[in-house]
Design a protein around this ligand. Sequence first.
Ligand code: ARG
Length: 297
Amino acid sequence: MDNKPTKANLLIEALPYIKEFHHKKIMIKYGGHAMIDEEAMNSTARDTVLLKYVGIEPIVVHGGGPEITRSMNKMGKEPRFIKGLRVTDEETMEIVTMVLVGKISTDIVSKIGFHGGKASGISGKDSQLIVASKKAPHKIKDDETGEEHVVDLGLVGQIDSLNTELLQMFTENDYIPVISPIGIDDNGNTLNLNADTVAGEIAAEIDSEKLIILTDVPGVLKDPKDPKSLIKQIKIDEVDDLIRDGIISSGMIPKIETCVKAIEEGVESAHIIDGRIEHSLLLEIFTTKGIGTMITK
Ligand code: ARG
């Protein structure tokens, strides 16, 4: 037998997945390197268009942290974070909205269009897609003094309800929706939301087959210093042990928790993949081994 992965073999390897995911929704969270510059963004958009044309229904949620920080710096505002969450005053919220909706979303939409896909940008404010409420103030402990103090994150929200009618309209008509992670509260205020959480919750709500999170790491690593120690597959009931043993740590914990929640709510599989590798999306979806960490029930 010839085991060389010829071009034809690669296409044949993809066939069962093309069949399995035909007409299924796949939620993709764009973040990090996958949208770091023109070239990366173009490549990610092109891969997304390919998914669409083989019969999958991609839905995009994008992040934008570094770009928001850059814009804040340009405007002479000092970004502040508490436990990874951006402290968001009114002026910051305006910048967040301008960058996410005005810049990043329109960029993604035009790149998808450039590669022959139909896309439309919407934010959580469009027809009440994401109704949110302000997060309660955080209690944090000072590591040195042990003193507890309460900090208010400002206009940072948690999701209360989703109204996905508009999304369905887009997907039914072959549009790729590109969602900016901001929400609206009962009084019409705009709230800043975590993009991973938005992707996970919407994925569950619309019965998405998969949730794929593009990150800047290979996936979950046994040894964080060794990229070759990638754990290719995790079952959700193994997650607690992995956190306890320190294998899943710091920034990876909220991502994995988002994945676990999405799976508990009906998403078949969640994938954490490396957006620094070109075409990681295609490699994960259309090959047997994939390229990142796949989490399942
Ligand atoms: N292509 C298949 C899928 O998307 C398998 C992916 C396996 N990936 C992994 N990291 N183990 O369902």
